[in-house]
Design a protein around this ligand. Structure first.
Ligand SMILES: NC(=O)c1ccc[n+]([C@@H]2O[C@H](COP(=O)([O-])OP(=O)(O)OC[C@H]3O[C@@H](n4cnc5c(N)ncnc54)[C@H](OP(=O)(O)O)[C@@H]3O)[C@@H](O)[C@H]2O)c1
Ligand SMILES: [Zn+2]
Ligand SMILES: [Zn+2]
Length: 349
């Protein structure tokens, strides 16, 4: 067994605190990774505080994991010790259903296995995430990371990156399309970078007046303050696609209103309370709402390769693990510029 230092949540209310546990000895297909950086996703906070009602404690959060391979199982082909590697939001799936066969493991008919806050496929072992010194994962769910990318900036690609890349690709976003990204947080700032890189006309819709300059710097052609009715009205029916990354409880109405004919709202934000949707907003302009969950193994690797080619990483604020509870409070105040990433050497000292 591999002794591992981590930070864990023990109940929905207490701050995260140091925790020690053991990772399994590598199986033939496993890769042992020494974690260098782990991004802080709003899903970590939702789950730590049991906002989705499915929390299992003790919970080591973290699913934006970047590190160095230190050991491999006997059957591992993609990796050797010393390679940079990454793990995202899932670590397993049934591997035999239609969706798994088509590399859409996130939609596994038997349910994908998340990186933490779930039981592994043996039905007994509690999966533990990346706020830790080490992770042991089957190579199918481990990705190659180019040495060209800054490893701290690359960590958020594993969730915020793929979660926005996949629906934008699915919606065929490219030149000639108008895209509105709602929310300038971890997901939103990656959505903005990708929509821009794909050649679309992009607007950032924000509830924070102070984010305009950053939105423009990150590639937005327009900045729209969602609390200002006049600004929102100006863009009514203007967009082909709205990418909704909002983490807090909200109403879809004002964002659906931004969509023109056959416009589509791509939903990735997962607030604790179900948003209200009026059919009247959908009838108008034949609008639709499409959900999207992270991305499959092939698409995740393709996204990482695209980012290496275009030199795309997240804008990050690197913190030691000891500041994680404060980082959660700042995330709740929309004060993230634009992803916290934990430097895991702070756990090794
Ligand atoms: N579908 C998936 O597979 C998937 C994957 C990862 C995460 N998620 C979910 O996606 C959501 C976003 O995650 P994240 O890590 O990007 O969170 P985040 O960094 O906290 O960003 C969320 C942003 O939402 C905006 N916002 C907050 N409260 C709002 C309100 N009341 N009205 C309007 N906008 C508001 C803020 O942007 P402004 O300040 O610009 O308004 C905020 O920065 C979370 O619910 C998370 O669980 C889903
Ligand atoms: Zn996430
Ligand atoms: Zn499956």
């Amino acid at each position: 067994m591999i002794a591992t230092n981590a930070y864990a949540a023990f109940d929905p209310k207490s701050p995260l605190a140091p925790y020690q546990f053991e990772r399994r000895e590598p199986r033939p297909g496993d890769v042992v990774i020494e974690i260098l950086y782990c991004g802080v996703c709003h899903s970590d906070l939702h789950q730590v505080r049991n906002e989705w009602g499915d929390a299992l404690y003790p919970m080591v959060p973290g699913h934006e994991i970047v590190g160095k391979v230190v050991r491999t199982g006997t059957d591992v082909k993609k990796f050797k010790p010393g390679d940079m590697a990454a793990v995202g939001v899932m670590i397993d799936s049934c591997r035999t259903c239609n969706n798994c066969q088509n590399h859409l493991e996130q939609y596994c008919e038997d349910g994908m296995t998340g990186t933490y806050n779930t039981l592994e496929r043996d039905g007994i072992t509690l999966a533990q995430g990346g706020y830790a010194t080490t992770i042991v994962t089957d190579e199918l769910f481990v990705y190659k990371l180019s040495d060209k990318l800054d490893p701290a900036g690359a960590a958020p690609l594993l969730c915020a990156g793929i979660t926005t890349y996949s629906p934008l690709r699915y919606a065929g976003v490219g030149p000639g399309m108008r895209v509105a990204v709602v929310g300038l947080g971890g997901l939103g700032h990656m959505g903005l970078k990708f929509a821009h890189a794909f050649g679309a006309e992009v607007a950032l819709i924000s509830s924070s007046p102070g984010k305009e300059a950053d939105a423009k710097r990150l590639g937005a052609h327009h900045f729209v303050l969602s609390t200002d009715n006049a600004q929102m009205k100006k863009f009514r029916t203007y967009f082909d696609v709205v990418l909704n990354t909002v983490s807090a409880n909200h109403d879809y109405h004002s964002y659906l209103d931004l969509l023109g004919l056959n416009g589509r709202m791509l939903v990735v934000g997962l607030p604790a309370e179900d948003p209200r949707v009026s059919p009247f907003d959908l009838l108008k302009n034949r609008r639709s709402i499409t959900g999207s969950m992270i991305g499959g193994t092939q698409e995740t690797q393709a996204m990482l390769d695209f980012c290496a080619e275009k030199n795309i990483t997240a804008d990050v604020e690197v913190i030691p693990i000891q500041q994680i509870n404060e980082a959660y409070e700042r995330m709740l105040r929309n004060d993230v510029r634009y992803r916290f990433v934990i430097d895991m050497t702070s756990l090794r000292q």
